[in-house]
Design a protein around this ligand. Structure first.
Ligand code: NAD
Length: 459
C-alpha cells in the first residue's frame, strides 16, 4: 500500500498544500546499502554542552571521521545537533544547552537529527537511586525537551535521546545507539529514547569489532536468525534486512502462507519452516528444524481480531492472545529448556503503540502487545545471564497488508497523526530490529523502542 499523498504533497500539489496549511510529509531519507556515505549526512555536527559526555562525544565523532563544531556559525548547515546534558545536576542548568540547540535548529539539514544525551530518569524508576531530586528533575526535563523538539521538526528531521543508565558515553551500546540515531536507518524513529544500562556490546567499527574480522557492512555475519511471520509485511522486511546484515535466516510462517514464505526465503538464501507458532511443540519443532544454536529470534508473527469488548467472543480473545504472546512465551521457554540458544542470544519481539496507549476495539490486541513489553522487561535478567538481550519494538502505523485493510478515513488519519505526518515502511521496523539484534546493542536490554514517527497515540 503506498501513500500517494506524499508524492502529491512533494510534487504537483506542493503549493496548494502550503497555502492551505495541509500536512506536508517529507520524503524520508532511508538507508541504502549502495550509498557511499553509509547512510550519514556529511555536514558538520554541532555538539552543545560542556559536559564529560559532550567532550567524549566530540572526540568519538572526530575519531570516526565526522566534522565537529561546538558553536553555531551563521550560514552553515548541520547534519545533527547533539545536546550533552549528562553532567547537569539542577534544572536551572538546562537553559544553556537547550537554547544552544535552539540556535542551530534553523540551520539543521533536511533529514537532520537532534540527539540528546542524558542520565537515567524517573521513567525508569528502579534506576534513579543515585540521583538527587534536583539531578533527576533535570534529567527528566530532558525527555520533555526532546519530545517537544521532535514535534517541532520539519523536512524529515527527527529528535531522539540516549539515556545513560550508570554507564559513560563511551559504553559500546551508547556509541552504537549514536550511530543508529545519526544514520538513515532511524528515519522513522522520532521522540524516542534508547537507554543503555550496561557496558556490554561491541560497537561496529571499533578496534574490538575489527579484531573479530567481521565486516562493518554485515555486522550479523556468522549469526543464525529465526524470524516468525516471515512470509510478508514486516516479517519479510526483517528477514531481508537481517540477511543484508550478514545473518543466515530461517523464516517461519503458517502452511497457508507457504508459497510467499518460500519466495522470500529463496530471495535471501534462507530456509523456510512451515509451522503454526501456536502449536504446543512449536519451540521444539523450530529447534529441531534449525538444528544449530539460535543466535537471534524475532517474534514478529501477529494477528488482529478487532471488536469492541462488548461484542468480542472467546475465540477472538484467545486467538490473539495465543499468537501474539502465549506462543512467544512457550517458544522462549522451550528453547531455554532445550539449551537451543547460541552464545549471547538476542530476542526482539514486535509490540505496538496500541500496547502502550490502548486502542478502541483492540482490548485483545493491546493486551497482547502490552504483554510483550512486560515479557521483555522481565526476561532481561535471564537473557543477560546468557550474555544476550530481549527487547521489544513498538511500531506505530506501518504500510502493510494489515493496515491496508483499515477503513480509508481511519487509515488516512492514522498516517497523519505522527510528527513525520506519514506511515512508516516495513524497512523502518526492520532496521530497528536488526540494530537491537546486533552485538553492538548488547547494553540495551529489557526495553521497548517505538518506531512510529512520533505517533500521537500513546506519545
Ligand atoms: P501481516 O499480517 O502482514 O503479517 C503477519 C505474518 O504473520 C503473516 O505472514 C502471517 O501468516 C504470520 N502469522 C500469523 N499467525 C501466525 C502463526 N500462528 N504462526 C506463524 N505465522 C503466523 O502483519 P504485519 O503488519 O507485517 O505485522 C507484523 C507484526 O508487527 C505483528 O506482530 C503486528 O502485530 C506488528 N505490528 C504491525 C503494525 C502495522 O502497522 N502493520 C503496527 C504495530 C505492530
Amino acid at each position: 500500500m503506498s501513500d500517494r499523498y506524499i508524492s502529491l504533497a512533494n510534487g504537483p500539489l506542493k503549493a496548494v498544500v502550503k497555502s492551505l496549511g495541509l500536512p506536508a510529509p517529507a520524503r524520508l531519507r532511508r538507508f541504502d546499502a549502495a550509498d557511499p556515505k553509509g547512510g550519514f549526512l556529511t555536514d558538520p555536527i554541532l555538539v552543545v554542552g560542556a559536559t564529560p559526555g559532550g567532550d567524549e562525544l566530540s572526540t568519538l565523532l572526530l575519531a570516526n571521521g565526522f566534522e565537529v563544531v561546538r558553536a553555531v556559525t551563521p550560514g552553515h548547515r548541520y547534519a545533527a545537533l547533539i545536546g550533552a546534558y549528562d553532567g547537569l545536576d539542577d534544572p536551572a542548568q538546562l537553559g544553556e544547552v537547550t537554547l544552544g540547540i535552539g540556535k542551530g535548529i534553523k540551520q539543521l539539514s533536511p533529514g537532520g537529527r537532534i540527539i540528546t544525551i542524558s542520565r537515567a530518569a524517573t521513567i525508569f524508576p528502579h534506576t534513579t537511586g543515585s540521583l538527587t531530586p534536583a539531578a533527576n528533575a533535570a534529567r527528566n526535563a530532558v525527555t520533555g525537551i526532546t519530545r517537544s523538539l521532535a514535534h517541532e521538526m520539519r523536512g524529515g528531521a527527527t529528535a531522539n535521546g540516549i539515556v545513560l543508565d550508570g554507564v559513560p558515553m563511551s559504553a559500546p551500546s551508547a556509541v552504537a545507539a549514536l550511530w543508529f540515531l545519526l544514520s538513515a536507518k532511524s528515519a522513522y524513529v522520532s521522540g524516542q529514547f534508547l537507554t543503555v544500562s550496561s557496558d556490554r556490546g561491541t560497537p561496529v567499527g571499533s578496534e574490538e569489532f575489527a579484531a573479530t574480522g567481521a565486516d562493518p557492512r554485515a555486522p550479523l555475519t556468522g549469526r543464525l536468525a529465526v524470524v516468525t511471520g516471515a512470509a510478508r509485511g514486516i516479517g519479510a522486511a526483517i528477514a531481508r534486512t537481517l540477511h543484508r546484515d550478514g545473518a543466515q535466516v530461517f523464516g517461519v510462517d503458517v502452511p497457508a502462507a507457504g508459497e510467499a514464505l518460500a519466495r522470500t526465503m529463496n530471495e535471501i538464501g534462507g530456509v523456510a519452516i512451515q509451522l503454526d507458532i501456536t502449536a504446543p511443540d512449536a519451540g521444539a519443532a523450530i529447534a529441531a528444524q534449525v538444528g544449530r544454536p539460535i543466535d537471534i529470534l524475532i517474534h514478529n508473527a501477529g494477528i488482529t481480531r478487532d471488536r469492541l469488548l462488548a461484542n468480542m467472543d472467546r475465540q477472538q480473545w484467545d486467538s490473539v492472545l495465543d499468537v501474539n504472546i502465549s506462543a512467544q512465551l512457550r517458544i522462549n521457554a522451550a528453547l531455554s529448556e532445550l539449551e537451543a540458544w547460541g552464545d549471547h542470544p538476542h530476542v526482539v519481539s514486535l509490540a505496538s503503540t496500541s500496547g502502550i496507549a490502548g486502542n478502541r476495539g483492540q482490548a485483545n490486541y493491546a493486551a497482547s502487545k502490552a504483554a510483550v513489553i512486560g515479557m521483555a522487561a522481565a526476561g532481561a535478567e535471564e537473557f543477560a545471564a546468557r550474555g544476550g538481550t530481549i527487547n521489544a519494538i513498538a511500531p506505530g502505523f506501518i504500510e502493510t497488508e494489515m493496515t491496508a485493510r483499515m477503513p480509508t478515513v481511519t487509515r488516512e488519519l492514522a498516517r497523519r497523526i505522527s510528527s513525520l505526518q506519514q506511515g512508516g515502511l516495513p524497512q523502518d521496523v526492520a532496521e530497528a530490529v536488526s540494530f537491537l539484534a546486533g552485538e553492538s546493542a548488547g547494553g540495551i536490554n529489557g526495553k521497548v523502542l517505538r518506531v512510529c514517527g512520533q505517533n500521537m497515540v500513546g506519545a
